[in-house]
Design a binder for this molecule. Sequence first.
Ligand code: HEC
Ligand code: HEC
Length: 208
Amino acid sequence: MKSCRLLIITLGLLLSGLGIAAESERQAYDDRYCTTCHGTDGKGNEGVQAPRLAGMEQWYLERQLNNFRAGLRGVHPQDIEGIAMRDMATQLSDDSIADIIAWVASWKYVAAEETIEGNANAGRQLYATCATCHGNDGEGNAALGAPALAGQNDWYLVTQLKNFKAGYRGNLPEDGYGQQMRLMAQTLVDEQRILNVVSYINTLTGDR
Ligand code: HEC
Ligand code: HEC
């Protein structure tokens, strides 16, 4: 964990340096450095803790990029991964965000590999609450602003649940959606429950 954090900080610094140097000539479509961390075709990269982007809903992708850029996410000093991502988002203009959304939409959805172990049966019961917003199949619900969870990297879901619980994410008054989710994460009272619910999410297909 330590070494991967070091890697992501180094990579982040390197890329933000490059970004500043190339600022003047940069065109919107040069913002493809995203795959350096998020993996080829946005499949996710556990080495630097960057999640899968392929198949992500456009409205959710847009909200997160805006949240990182505006400082609603990735500002808590303990949120190393979020801070690394925020450094990337602050370099984006509205135009590049629009381009990125169209570009990411062209990547094919592929469910991420399972990496964690938990009790999916126990997780099924815990997920009943989550389903009211994230859907029975983990397909997400645009009207409620809750993203799809099915097929996302399980290690990333675990980190986010811990971050919400600890208040590293979703603790700012302007971040209404994050605050909602932060309350929900409190219901997962220990690490085992987090692993169980994510193991159950691993069994969902997102209605695809
Ligand atoms: C230096 C590595 C790095 C680069 C480059 C990078 N990201 Fe990230 N990104 C991350 C990490 C790490 C996270 C996980 C943050 C967390 O755990 O909260 C992340 C999270 C995200 C999220 C949140 C996903 C979710 O499910 O909420 C989005 C969206 C995202 N990145 C999009 C992009 C885009 C688009 C680009 C290119 C403009 C990009 N990233 C470039 C490292 C990077
Ligand atoms: C009241 C509706 C609601 C309920 C119930 C709910 N969530 Fe969420 N969840 C949200 C919203 C809204 C977001 C988006 C937050 C944001 O935009 O930052 C979210 C985000 C998430 C994320 C982050 C996804 C990502 O890509 O970064 C995870 C993981 C998550 N929820 C898991 C759960 C789990 C597990 C449960 C059940 C214990 C649950 N949620 C219950 C509304 C809900």
